[in-house]
Design a protein around this ligand. Structure first.
Ligand code: NAD
Length: 485
């Protein structure tokens, strides 16, 4: 990276714009909010409009570039993600708070995603069909969607943007990207990397600022499609705006992911999976384990062992050796978690263990394990923090019913060695990701990712080769030879 941290700036039509139409703001380190990471400009609706204009302008030349040339730029981006992994990981930890190991994991998978999507771009996705008319060929081609709006959250500030940017660019689209306000400088570093990899001016445009600026971008008729990851209410608003103007929209939203543990499970594996799934990345994963459903006799021992594991987690600054759980992303996020815990206690949840290693600071929250009943608010609403609840089920049927009793359907896991049960889980758990003897969290970049119910929209899955489906339009061509002269 040329400078660390990079200078906060929008990227519009190849120019780095440091002036903010709506002023400037500070990016804070949640481990030490009194030590700002840097400042950045705040854009407004006009900034978003300029960026969309740049993307419209760059569209014809980018889409007509041979796919091999586009793929070479993506491959170079992958190399740069590997080369700059240390700096990117440090910046991710400074702005988001997660541990350096977690941030490194994102940088590695970002490189992998660019490499994979570059390879996909080189594979033919055309099809030829038989035809009843002699001599006529039916052929489908994929054309880029056009100008794509990318809106991303702060919790995976390196990887989630890349899940979207890599396939969007590989397919020949131009992009306007609005990242979350908590992680602006990391977004600048990613955009800078892509420019260094050879992206022509205007192909990727980055605008920094509040949600309202994203709102202006999604309402812009020149934006052909919007891919969004974030909270349910914002996603639903974006869906309504984009579909009302007949644009295409992809949504990845919240979750309330269950983990069912049966008495035939490997208990060590189940404890590690349930605790890691709940507390990893300070519980700020859309796929985090929010409810652990202990079936029958396993309940007491599971609760006891989970409590012991939560108690010894080391909370601290994500940059320090030995830290397993960093701070929450902001003081505001901490307030939301604390309020949800107060409600849980008032409703009768029992706090089995509250970790005591968290340092003082406005963004730290002690990992907490509850024992409770499924009707608690904390067992229904997504609480984005290191908090999980163990509930009891008396039978397999009850466990499956409890797991599905949620408006969400992102991920679900089951710990058992019973093959019949596993097969039942794969077919009956209402979630886009089913994990067997593994935590609800974690996914591979070459397999489709997405949820059901209120966790996702209805567009194509992200990641894997299905990612291309959202970012392209299919055209069917009927090609008949004319009369020979
Ligand atoms: P958020 O919805 O508050 O913000 C997400 C993005 O939308 C940010 O860039 C924000 O600035 C922007 N935004 C806000 N209002 C907007 C508007 N009116 N129009 C356009 N854009 C707007 O979410 P967050 O707090 O950043 O992220 C946490 C949420 O994201 C959690 O609910 C989590 O479950 C979810 N999430 C889901 C997945 C998934 O793959 N399903 C992955 C990660 C996070």
């Amino acid at each position: 990276m040329n400078a660390f941290p990079p200078v906060g700036a929008h990227l519009i039509a190849g120019d780095w714009v440091t002036e903010g139409a709506a002023g400037t703001s500070l990016s804070l380190n949640p481990a030490h909010p009194d030590e700002p990471v840097g400042d950045y400009p705040i854009g407004d609706a006009g900034t978003a409009s300029d960026a969309v204009g740049a993307a419209v302008e760059a569209r014809p030349s980018w889409r007509s570039l041979p796919f091999g040339a586009r793929a070479r730029i993506l491959e170079q981006a992958a190399r740069l993600f590997d080369e700059r992994a240390d700096d990117l990981a440090l910046l991710c930890t400074l702005e988001e708070g997660k541990t350096l190991a977690e941030s490194h994991g994102e940088a590695t998978l970002a490189a992998e995603t660019f490499r994979y999507q570059a390879a996909i771009a080189k594979m033919s996705s055309e099809r030829i069909f038989p035809n009843n008319v002699p001599g006529e060929t039916i052929r489908t081609v994929r054309v880029p969607l056009g100008v794509v709006g990318v809106i991303t959250p702060w919790n995976f500030p390196l990887l989630i943007p890349v899940w979207k940017l890599a396939p969007a660019l590989a397919a020949g689209n131009t992009v306007v990207w609005k990242p979350a306000s908590d992680t602006p400088l990391l977004s600048v570093a990613i955009a800078r990397l892509l420019v260094d990899a050879g992206l022509p001016d205007g192909v990727l445009n980055l605008v920094l600022g509040p949600g309202s600026m994203g709102g202006a971008m999604v309402a812009d008729e020149r934006v052909d499609g919007v891919t969004f990851t974030g909270s349910v209410p914002v996603g639903q608003r974006i869906r309504d705006v984009v579909t009302a103007r007949n644009g295409r929209v992809q949504l990845e939203l919240g979750g309330h992911n269950p983990c069912i543990v049966f008495d035939d499970a490997d208990l060590d594996l189940a404890v590690a999976g349930a605790v890691g799934g709940a507390m990893g990345a300070t519980g700020q994963k859309c796929t985090a384990t929010r409810r652990v459903i202990a079936v029958g006799n396993v309940h007491d021992e599971l609760l006891e062992q989970m409590a012991a594991a939560v108690e010894v987690l080391q909370v601290g600054d994500g940059r320090e050796d030995g830290t397993e759980i960093g701070p929450l992303v902001s003081a505001g996020a901490r307030t939301e978690v604390a309020e949800a815990v107060d409600v849980a206690l008032a409703e009768g949840a029992e706090a089995i263990v509250v970790n005591s290693t968290a340092p003082d600071g406005p963004c730290y929250y002690a990992p907490t394990l509850f024992s409770g009943t499924p009707d608690l608010t904390i067992c229904r609403d997504e609480v984005f923090g290191p908090v999980s609840t163990v509930v009891r089920a008396d039978s397999e049927d009850e466990a499956f019913a409890l797991a599905n009793d949620t408006e969400f359907g992102l991920s679900a896991s089951i710990f058992t060695n019973d093959l019949w049960r596993i097969d039942r889980a794969v077919h009956e758990l209402e979630a886009g990701l089913i994990k067997v003897n593994a935590p609800t969290t974690g996914s591979e970049i070459h397999a489709p990712f997405g949820g059901e119910k209120n966790s996702s929209g209805h567009a194509a899955r992200e990641q894997g080769d299905t990612a291309l489906d959202f970012f392209t339009r299919t055209r069917t061509a009927y090609i008949r030879p004319g009369t020979r002269r």
